[in-house]
Write a protein that binds this ligand. Structure first.
Ligand SMILES: *Cc1c(COP(=O)(O)O)cnc(C)c1O
Length: 351
């Protein structure tokens, strides 16, 4: 693998950077299509049926992005002025441009979970504010895997406990399953078992599954019917979306079990960089394909290190001054991860 000066050869910035494989592109070229908005795209319908079945839900809806799945689900579950309980690191609270406030009209109550996973007691404390000058909490949202938590897999018992609390309090539940299939592969627990703990759940096709675009939101028939109006409102209805949906079907056939390689490579990367003086990482916390590491003790900022890695053809995202995030995926193999770790070693040692 040649490393060029201005070319990124090893892309560990995000699993969103995957490019469609030759097989996926061939499937896209052949896809049977129709008008999605009218429910007449056969391939999109097949994808929705497939994901609904996989997640053990009655119905599903194809959307352009995971962000749109989150925003639509919040809008359906909540009314303006409500509060949503989610981890303080949640994507909905931090990376959706204030969408919950702008679209659903809700605030997000951030719970101080452990690597993105909170306990039922913490969730209870966040919804407890049952006085008339507090917002009304209507929804608890979890992230599987927890992205900023470091790709943490929510354990099934923890999900069941949060779900029981929600049921007891009459709250709805939502799972941001951007990397749900990573959690499935990492834990050996079926997607439907994770999904059974929540009312609405989605999975992203454009992360580790390697599709160019798309996410699928699933839930009860009534929930998905309600989502359709919001899909229309936010401009998410499509036409011949079968060319995209077929990529999702292809990924579900070909790119799920291989996620295990991404997890192995992530763990390998963490083990390799743990040996670098000044780099702090906890390999035992790498449960899936995301590695956060702290470079404060190297004497360089994460931004500087990222720039110098890019000069060597390796891209790793600086998260802030001291934290960096690397994400493995199907376009980076074991050799790539070893080269990236070596490049990081050199950059740090060159001071
Ligand atoms: C990427 C991501 C999203 C958003 O998905 P897009 O398809 O990029 O809009 C939501 N939640 C989590 C946890 C993510 O990692």
């Amino acid at each position: 693998m040649a490393i060029g000066a201005n070319r990124i050869d090893i892309e560990l910035y995000s699993d969103t950077r995957t490019k469609p494989t030759t097989g996926m592109r061939a499937a896209m070229a052949e896809a049977e299509v129709g008008d999605e908005q009218a429910g007449e795209d056969p391939t999109t319908n097949a994808l929705c049926a497939r994901v609904a079945d996989l997640l053990g839900k009655e119905a599903a809806m194809f959307l352009p992005s995971g962000t749109m799945c989150n925003e639509i689900a919040l809008a359906v579950h909540c009314r303006a002025g409500d509060a949503v309980v989610a981890d303080k690191t949640s994507h909905i609270g931090n990376f959706e441009g204030g969408g919950p406030a702008a679209i659903a009209g809700v605030t997000v109550s951030g719970v101080d979970g452990a690597r993105g996973v909170f306990s039922p007691d913490q969730a209870a404390a966040a919804v407890e504010q049952d006085y008339h000058y507090a917002p009304r909490t209507t929804l608890i949202a979890v992230e599987q895997t927890a992205n900023l938590g470091g790709g943490t897999v929510w354990p099934l018992p923890a999900l069941k406990a949060v779900s029981a609390l929600a049921q007891e309090r009459g709250l709805a539940t939502h799972m941001d399953g951007a990397r749900l299939m990573s959690a499935v592969v990492a834990s050996g627990i079926a997607a439907a078992d994770f999904a059974a703990t929540v009312d609405g759940v989605w999975l992203d096709l454009s992360k580790g599954l390697g599709c160019p675009v798309g996410a699928v939101l699933a839930g009860s028939r009534t929930f998905i019917d309600d989502c359709w109006r919001w899909k229309q409102r936010v401009g998410g209805a499509m036409r011949q979306s079968g060319v995209l949906a077929v990529a999702g079907l292809y990924a579900l056939d070909n790119h799920v079990s291989r996620l295990a390689e991404d997890h192995d490579n992530a763990r390998l990367f963490a083990d390799l960089i743990a040996a670098i003086e000044g780099v702090s990482v906890e390999p035992e916390h790498v449960e899936s394909n995301i590695i956060y590491f702290d470079v404060k003790e190297t004497g360089q900022t994460a931004f500087d290190i990222a720039d110098r890695l890019a000069e060597k053809g390796v891209r790793i995202g600086p998260f802030d001054e001291r934290l960096m995030r690397a994400v493995t995926h199907l376009d980076v193999d074991e050799e790539g991860v070893r080269i990236a770790a070596e490049a990081l070693t050199n950059v740090v040692q060159a001071g």
